[in-house]
Write a protein that binds this ligand. Sequence first.
Ligand SMILES: Cc1cc2nc3c(=O)[nH]c(=O)nc-3n(C[C@H](O)[C@H](O)[C@H](O)COP(=O)(O)OP(=O)(O)OC[C@H]3O[C@@H](n4cnc5c(N)ncnc54)[C@H](O)[C@@H]3O)c2cc1C
Length: 427
Amino acid sequence: MIGAGVIGAAVGYELARRGWRTLNVDALPAAGFGSTSNSCAIVRFTYSTYDGVAMAWEGLHYWTDWPAYLDAEDERGLATLVQCGTLLLKNPGGHHSRVVPLFDEVGIPYEDWDEATLRARMPAFDPGVFGPPRPVDDAAFWDGPTGPLPGAIWTADSGYVSDPQLASHNLQRAAEAKGGRFLFSTRVTGIDRSGDRVTGVTLDDGATVSAPVVVNVAGPHSAVINDLAGLAGTMRIGTRPLRHEVHHVTAPPALDYEHTGVHVSDGDTGVYFRPETGNSILVGSEDPECDARDWVDDPDHFDRSITAAQWEAQVLRLARRIPSLGVPNQRRGVVDLYDVADDWIPIYDRTDLDGYYVAIGTSGNQFKNAGVAGHCMAELITAVEAGHDHDADPLTVTGRYTGVALHLGSFSRNREINPDSSFSVNG
Ligand SMILES: Cc1cc2nc3c(=O)[nH]c(=O)nc-3n(C[C@H](O)[C@H](O)[C@H](O)COP(=O)(O)OP(=O)(O)OC[C@H]3O[C@@H](n4cnc5c(N)ncnc54)[C@H](O)[C@@H]3O)c2cc1C
């Protein structure tokens, strides 16, 4: 595995538990120190395709079963799932209209709140329609609501994982307990091949590791690694790093948002937010069309400082929904990269180089799916290495917990751009 983020560590664990001899190589000093470390780690099911929803629902159960799933000790303790629930605010023509039929199809429990229920259950929220989202310097930004939101969709099972870096470390320990190995502070500088078959990797100290199977789990470096493998231009779906800011704001003390707050997806203002320790609210962008996208050419060089413009956009949008929010002068938060696929749906697949696989393009929304993605990749690799033609006959994997059918053809490198995608972090 090239990478030991949450996805790489999960693929390593799933292969190791099937008896493979695995090695995760990571340029950074510990598991989950890359983009995973700054993940909001939200576990929600609100995707816009059947397979997106099915993966997320199955993925939840890895977190609720985490200690048993890992079957290993971690001296640092285990990450936990905080099931604060998710409120998907309905806005006219909004994401809920796509999501609700998919919840019904997959069998996800939810409550459909009308306008009055939303007001009663969330008294601190302004229930008005402010959208569509606008830049804060738009003359209409502070206009009053044009009407009431029609309600919301509530899922009680969702929430967030307490510590995404620790979760990756947990997976490392679980893989190691099954014989898996990890090599840190070491960069892969070459992909070795013989004809159409991968034979291993070259490391930055000049050493080589021979391996019949190599998996690109390099997060925002996925395209760099595919270039090293000589695969540029061989996949219909590409990946590209996108810079994202997530901000931390202190919640009004009376709200006690840390303990009583919920995760909210607010397509009307263009932000999502969730509770965070220290009575904070963590707020990120749902990539509204009015905001320019901050694509990054080189994932090793990007601006890690919080910008005044993005801070104002996100915090003031949040303040529209929670009017009692004080807007602090001091900016707090994190900046990191999504590895965005052309249609914001991940690529879990083989490639044209035999033995070389990819779990990439996680598009800001696959932390929650680490366990199930690891399972799917291990099933895929095992089947293809045994001779299965996954391109001609895409594999369907059965969810370990829910029994749901996971159609891996939907995550193919050569799929058509999925027109049902939200083309945003909502997948
Ligand atoms: C700000 C932010 C918020 C997010 N919020 C959520 C959320 O709420 N819910 C959700 O489900 N998802 C969320 N995500 C997405 C989620 O965090 C990612 O999908 C997931 O963490 C990706 O894991 P990864 O292992 O693929 O990548 P990474 O964690 O980036 O790991 C890739 C690893 O590869 C290593 N690497 C790269 N190149 C090389 C090389 N040449 N040699 C050796 N090692 C190499 C890197 O050092 C890195 O450690 C968010 C992402 C961000 C950035």
